[in-house]
Structure formats: C-alpha cells, structure tokens
Write a protein that binds this ligand. Structure first.
Ligand code: MSP
Length: 535
C-alpha cells in the first residue's frame, strides 16, 4: 500500500486579487506535495477560497455588486494565478459550493445535538476586519483590535456558542503527546500561554448582524460563524458526510495518511485551538501537523491587499518565467520565518543560483561532452579521480537529506542542499580540469569519469528540483538526452543511469539578468495599480 499525504493551504479570502504572499503559501505547499508525489506517495493537495463573512459582504457593497458576483469574479483571478504558477492541486474548494454549505449545516446540527453548541447572548468587542470578538482586556482602554489595531465595536446579539471549556484539557494533553503538532515550537508556546492557560472562553459560532454566510437550519436569521464554516473545508472537500466519501476515508480517516495544514501565523489560534476541538466534537482524528510559515513582507511592513503595498506574481512570471518565481519563493525565505521581498534579492537569487550555479554546470557539462565525446555520455566508473568518491557520497547524502528535510517541512533547506551539490560539482570541474585532461590521450579514463559524474549530478539536481522547476527540469533532462518521463526518483543513487545517452545542447536554462535594469523593472511592477476594498 502506498504511503499517503494530505496537504492544505488556508482557504483565502477573495476580498481582492491574490498577491505574492498568497502565491508564497500555495507554491510552498505545491512544492511539498509534488516532492512527496515524486517519491511515490499518494497525495492530495487542497486549496480554495473562504467566501463568506461580513468583510466580503462589505467589499461587495463597496464595488456595487452582490457578494456572490463579487466572489465569483475574484475566484477567477485566484484560479488563473494558480494556473500561471503551475499549481498541481487535486482539490479547489469554495465555501459557497453547495456541497460545502450542506455539509457545514450537518456539522453544525451534529454539534448542537451533542450539546457542544448552545444558545445564549453575546456581548463583546467585535473587529470587522478580523471577524473576531475580543474581551474587554484584549481591546484595552483604547478599544483597538489586538490583532490588526483597528477600532472595535461593542455588539450584543443572541448567538450560539461552542463549549470550548469542555475540550481545553484534552487539547493541552494532545499538544504534550504530539510535540510536532504545532511548529515552529514558539507558536505552540504562544497558544498555550496566551490563550489556553488563562482560560478559554466559549466561542461564539453564529452571527445575526449580517446574512452573507451559511444559514443555521435550526434558527432563522442566524448564519454560521465564518471560521466554523471555513475550518471544516479541510474535511468537506474530501467528501465528509457526503455520498462519495472515498477521499475522506483515504486521506483523513486512514491513520496511515499524514495530514498537514500549512498556515500563516495570523491564523494559528483558529487552526491549533478551535479546529482540533471541532474535530473532537465530531469524533474525528486531528491533523498530524499545523505548520506555521512566516510572512512575505515589503520594506514598509506586511504585504497585504488592504495596505495596498502588495506585488502580484504575474508580471514576475511573465518576465522571468514561473520556475524562477517558484525558486525564489522557496529559497529566499527559510520556511517558517518572515522575509522581505526586494527586487535586488530576487535578481540576485536568479543570477547566483539558477544562472551561475545550475545553468553554468549544465552548459559546461553539455558543451564538454559534445566537444570531447561527440555528445555521448561516457560510462560511469568510480574512483578514477581523487574526488570522484567524495562527489558520489555527496549525491547519496543529498538525496537522503532531501527526504529528511521535505518530511520535516523544510523545503528551503532541501533546496539549499541540492544547490550545495551543484556548487560542489562546479568546483569538481576546477579540480579535475577536464580541458587539461583532454589534451593528454593517456588521461582519457579520467576525462570520461569526470563527464559521467557531472552528468549524474545534473540528473540528480534536475530530479530533486523538479517540484520547483516545473518546466525547466524537463529542459534540463532533454539536454542530458533523457526521453520524456525517463527521469525516475528511484534511480537517483544508480550511478550509470545515463550511460549511453547522448546530450543535446539547448538554450541556456536561466539567462543571466542585468542587475540594474531588472531591479528597475521590478520596482515598476511594485508600483502597479491598486484595487478598491472596504477594509
Ligand atoms: N480565510 C482565512 C483563512 C481560513 S483557513 C480555514 C484567511 N485568509 S487570508 O486570505 O487573509 O489569509 C490566508 C493566508 O494567506 C495566511 O494565513 C497566509 O498563509 C497567507 N498570506 C497572506 N498574506 C501573506 C503574506 N504577506 N505572506 C505570506 N503569506 C501570506 O486568513
């Protein structure tokens, strides 16, 4: 039976067009999902949109359209971005989809029947932007939202509540017995100390002050709180409580499936406190990991649609190709930390890693095999040159470490290791000086070995980077003379795989960018048109 992997992004608010921050999270998940698939896992990658709530309703009004029309339009933009980013997702959920709406109503009814949800009155400080109620202490004397700093409003309403108190102790015990449930570790401590230990208040799970949400069947005028609606997407999209629940059985209920939610720090509380409790209430298993990634910032702070400082991925893809953008996203910011987007760094990454390191190794290798062996990759022999063995060991170590890092949700380190291997191979060229070996017929065996080693390193790098370089890895394989689909993850440690293949000199994978001109071009993209939102 094959191993199974279920990975999700948050479902994004379609309140305006997606920016590079959204592309960041989705691309990293795509890379993780593709790398598992490459290693033989049966994978389900889900992303989607969180379309209900007061904020969306207000944005629709500001744009003079119905909420449904508004989200339909924005949804198209998200879908085209995922297409442009070459996102290979198996599911795309929109919370306005009929099956989701009907299932959330069933979920609500189940919780109500179980006594986990009860009717009462809510009085609290509400932040429209965060769609969250806060306590007196949290908003302080100035009455500002502790999350976003905007003014909050006092609100009273009849509402249903979720009995958090019932599950708090179990949750702490679960954290203890599952140390990797929330990572990075600091996020877990924050949840425990800031929210759980001081005492969890029951969560208000319905609203009556607006109607753009899933109606509560049991009470007219109430809509289900956007977070209860949204979090359950992770199971409704798999068919939970629906006629065809085969994906749910396979990717959620099966204890052999690894379930990973990737989220931004701003929504940790919902995913690590409320979501596990909702699952408890439904008698379902919890995810294995909630991985909190950092934010892609701009020099003037968090990139966000409402701040109007967001950069879109499109012009970058158009000018530099999707592979360069995907590579930048995974390599620039260690997954889990915050990072700042700057044009200079973007250009530097592409130049240093892709053009100078990887591209250069490919060019030099293919040219030399062309020149010295008429394009035929010589048979692989070990231990001819002093550093042959060292390079082979590094190949093996890189493949093994790649798996460890990917499994540990550290695609940045996995990528850096591959680039280290590529650098080592470039250095190996300097050490072995093939141009000198070529001048001496008695050194033919050495020269053959150098070329065979270089070709193999390129094969390994191409395959390990293929979840990132989704179009260029094929081009790299073609230059090594591999037919479509011939590259195979299981062969990475099989030295000699390329014996007898004939290289084909092709175009440069990544042409070197002119630093000054391209920095200027990206700065112009950043000054692109702003959108109108109510936030
Ligand atoms: N709809 C909720 C999530 C519900 S999940 C059941 C939401 N949506 S959001 O669109 O505001 O943000 C979702 C996620 O987008 C963030 O958690 C984060 O993963 C990602 N990002 C949004 N802006 C980002 C950056 N500037 N940088 C990196 N990721 C960013 O919250």
């Amino acid at each position: 039976m094959s191993k199974k992997f279920y990975i999700t992004t948050p479902i994004y608010y379609p309140s305006a067009s997606p920016h590079l921050g959204h592309a960041y999270c989705t691309t990293l998940c795509d890379i993780l999902a593709r790398s598992k698939k490459m290693r033989g896992y049966e994978t389900f990658f889900l992303t989607g949109l969180d379309e209900h709530g007061e904020k969306i309703q207000k944005n629709a009004v500001a744009n003079g359209v119905t909420p449904q029309k508004f989200v339909d339009d924005v949804a198209k933009r998200f879908l085209s971005l995922w297409e442009a980013m070459k996102i290979d997702n198996q599911g795309f959920i929109r919370t306005t989809d009929d099956y989701h709406v009907a299932t959330v109503q069933k979920i609500f009814s189940k919780m109500l029947e179980k006594g986990d949800i009860y009717l009462s009155t809510y009085s609290g400080w509400y932040c429209v932007h965060e769609e969250s109620y806060w306590t007196e202490t949290q908003v302080g004397e100035e009455h500002l939202c502790p999350e976003c700093g905007r003014p909050v409003e006092k609100k009273d309403e009849e509402a249903y509540f979720y009995r958090c108190s019932k599950y708090a102790d179990d949750l702490l015990a679960f954290y203890e017995s599952h140390p990797k449930f929330i990572t990075p570790e600091a996020r877990k401590n924050e949840m425990v100390n800031t929210f759980i230990k001081p005492g969890l208040q029951d969560l208000c799970v319905t609203r009556t002050s607006f109607d753009w949400g899933i109606p509560v069947k049991e009470a007219k005028g109430h809509v289900i709180y956007v977070w209860l609606d949204a979090l359950t997407n992770y199971i409704t999209a798999l068919g939970y409580l629906q006629n065809d629940d085969s994906n749910f059985k396979k990717f959620w209920e099966d204890p052999e499936t690894e379930i990973v939610h990737v989220i931004g720090a701003d929504i940790t509380r919902f995913h690590t406190i409320y979501w596990p409790m909702f699952l408890d209430s439904l008698g379902l298993r919890k995810p294995d990991r909630v991985f909190v990634h950092g934010l892609m910032m701009m020099k003037d702070g968090k990139m966000s649609k409402s701040r109007g400082n967001a950069i879109s991925a499109y012009p970058l893809i158009e000018r530099y190709g999707v592979d360069a953008v995907r590579y930048y996203l995974v390599s620039e910011i260690p997954f889990g930390e915050n990072g700042v987007f700057t044009p200079e760094q973007f250009v530097m990454r592409v130049n240093q890693d892709l053009a100078n390191n990887l591209g250069n190794l490919l060019n030099r290798t293919v040219s030399m095999i062309g020149k010295y062996f008429d394009g035929n990759i010589p048979s692989f022999v070990s231990n001819v040159n002093p550093t042959d063995k060292e390079l082979e060991d590094l190949v093996e170590r890189t493949v093994s470490a790649y798996e460890v890092h990917q499994d540990d949700l550290n695609p940045t380190q996995a990528t850096m290791d591959v680039m280290e291997l590529v650098s080592r191979a470039n250095k190996y060229i300097e050490e072995t000086a093939p141009w000198a070996l070529a001048k001496d017929e008695s050194k033919k065996a050495e020269l053959e070995s150098v070329m065979a080693h270089l070709a193999h390193v390129l094969y390994v790098a191409g395959e390990l980077l293929s979840p990132i370089l989704v179009t260029k890895s094929e081009k790299l394989f073609a230059q090594l003379g591999l037919a479509d689909g011939e590259a195979n993850y299981d062969d990475l440690k099989k030295f000699g795989k390329l014996d007898g293949h004939k290289v084909n000199k092709g175009e440069q994978l990544f042409p070197r960018l002119d630093v000054e001109a391209e920095t200027k071009a990206i700065l112009e993209m950043m000054a692109g048109p702003k959108e109108k939102t109510a936030a």
